[in-house]
Design a protein. Structure first.
Length: 244
C-alpha cells in the first residue's frame, strides 16, 4: 500500500511545487496515479507565500487530486487569530501570541497584504486581516483533519500521546505534542509519520518518522514515498531509502 507524504510547508509555495514534481516523477516511474499525497500541516507562517500554498492545495482538491491535507499548529493559530485575536491556543506558551516574532504570523499576514502586523496595535491589524483573508482559506484551514491513517501508517502533524487509543487522541496533542512522544521507543501499532519538530534532515526512528527538515528556517521541504512500512525520500535523482 503506497502513499506519498510532504513535510511542513510554512508558506513556501516554490518548495511545495518542487516536492509535487518529485512525486509526479515517482508516479510515472511506478505507474501509480492513485496513491494519496498526505501533507503534514503547517501550511502557513514564516515563509513568503501562505496564500499561494493554500490556493495550490485548494485547486488540487477541486481538480480531484488524491490529496490529504492535515492541520498543523500554525494553521490553527492562524484561524484562531482571525476568529479572536485575544484567543490563547491551548498548545501555545502563555508569553507568546500569533504575532510574536517566533511564530511567524506577521509574515503570513504580510503575504495577504497586511503590513507591519507585528509593529502596530492588534485591533486594526485584526480588522485588516479579517478583510484580507478569503473566507475560502479560513474555511479550508478550519476544516482540516488532524490525522489520517493509510494501511500501516498514521500521518499526523506533531505526533500522538503514547498509550492513548487513536480514537481518543486530542487535536491539541496531534498538532502540538513533543514529549513524551519524541522519546517514547514503543511500537504504537502503526508507523507514525509526522513533522512539527524541525531537524536538519528527515529521520527514521523505527516507530516513527520525522519529515520536518526545516523548510521554515531555510531548509529543504521533504517529500517521501511509503510502501507498507518502508520509506524512501524522493530526490531529483529518484528514491533514496530512509532506514532506522
Amino acid at each position: 500500500m503506497r502513499s506519498y507524504v510532504i513535510g511542513d510547508i510554512h508558506g513556501h509555495l516554490d518548495l511545495l511545487q518542487r516536492a509535487h514534481d518529485r512525486i509526479a516523477a515517482d508516479r510515472r516511474a511506478v505507474g501509480d496515479d492513485a496513491a494519496p499525497v498526505i501533507h503534514l500541516g503547517d501550511l502557513v507562517d514564516r515563509g513568503p507565500d501562505s496564500p499561494g500554498v493554500i490556493d495550490f492545495l485548494l485547486e488540487g482538491a477541486a481538480a480531484g487530486a488524491p490529496w490529504v491535507v492535515l492541520k498543523g499548529n500554525h494553521d490553527r493559530l492562524f484561524t484562531g487569530f482571525l476568529d479572536d485575536p485575544k484567543r490563547q491556543d491551548a498548545g501555545l506558551r502563555a508569553e507568546l501570541s500569533y504575532l510574536h516574532p517566533k511564530i511567524g504570523g506577521a509574515q503570513t499576514l504580510a503575504s495577504y497584504g497586511v503590513r507591519a502586523a507585528g509593529d502596530r496595535p492588534v485591533a486594526p491589524v485584526h480588522a485588516e486581516a479579517r478583510a484580507a483573508v478569503p473566507a475560502a482559506h479560513r474555511d479550508f484551514l478550519t476544516a482540516l483533519p488532524a490525522m489520517h491513517r493509510h494501511g500501516e501508517v498514521l500521518f499526523v502533524h506533531a505526533g500522538i500521546r503514547p498509550g492513548v487509543a487513536l480514537a481518543n487522541q486530542t487535536e491539541t496533542d496531534l498538532i502540538w505534542i513533543r514529549e513524551p512522544f519524541l522519546s517514547d521507543p514503543r511500537d504504537h501499532g502503526v508507523l507514525v509519520v509526522h513533522g512539527h519538530t524541525a531537524l536538519d534532515r528527515a529521520t527514521h526512528y523505527g516507530n516513527r518518522v520525522n519529515l520536518d527538515s526545516g523548510a521554515a528556517y531555510g531548509g529543504p521541504l521533504t517529500a517521501a514515498v511509503i510502501e507498507g512500512r518502508d520509506v524512501w525520500l524522493l530526490t531529483e535523482g529518484g528514491r533514496v531509502a530512509l532506514r532506522p
